[in-house]
Ligand binder design. Sequence first.
Ligand code: ZN
Length: 168
Amino acid sequence: MPGDNRLFKTRLGMQAGSDHTHQGPGPQQQRLPRQRSRRRELFCPAHREQKLVGNGRKYFLHLLTAEQLKQRGMPDGKARLVINAFPVLVLSNEWLEELFCADCGASRWCHVVRLDAVQHSVRWAPRELWLQVAHVDPLVANPSVGQYTAQQARRLSRKRSDGKSWFG
Ligand SMILES: [Zn+2]
């Protein structure tokens, strides 16, 4: 299950920008020519040949429940241990990012999952994922996300049991 191992690299708190680091020894894609730079590749969900360009607007996802870890391939017992240790777990290999496609002629928010230094899966960000970016007000992040979602996010943010702020 891709992504399973990477969950263990996550830490409490923001780990922004980690996808640009660690270009060192690792599993290499055999089909890639050696001279080619190993820049990340993001392709439009609607235009499979069209590379997407980011503008720096990017939010890492928080996981709040063991169930969310299990959906990402972690065994049940381990998922509960991790959530107990990190009530707000920030994934380093999944985020929401605003990306521009020349064929679409527009920027859209996408849910990106890093598979390795180059390969990423990209889909249009489903609305409910904004609930897992708890430090961001969805209304500010994306005007197309409705008030209902923002209220849900705030309600969620008040649920934190240790009384600490999401902003750390
Ligand atoms: Zn497109």
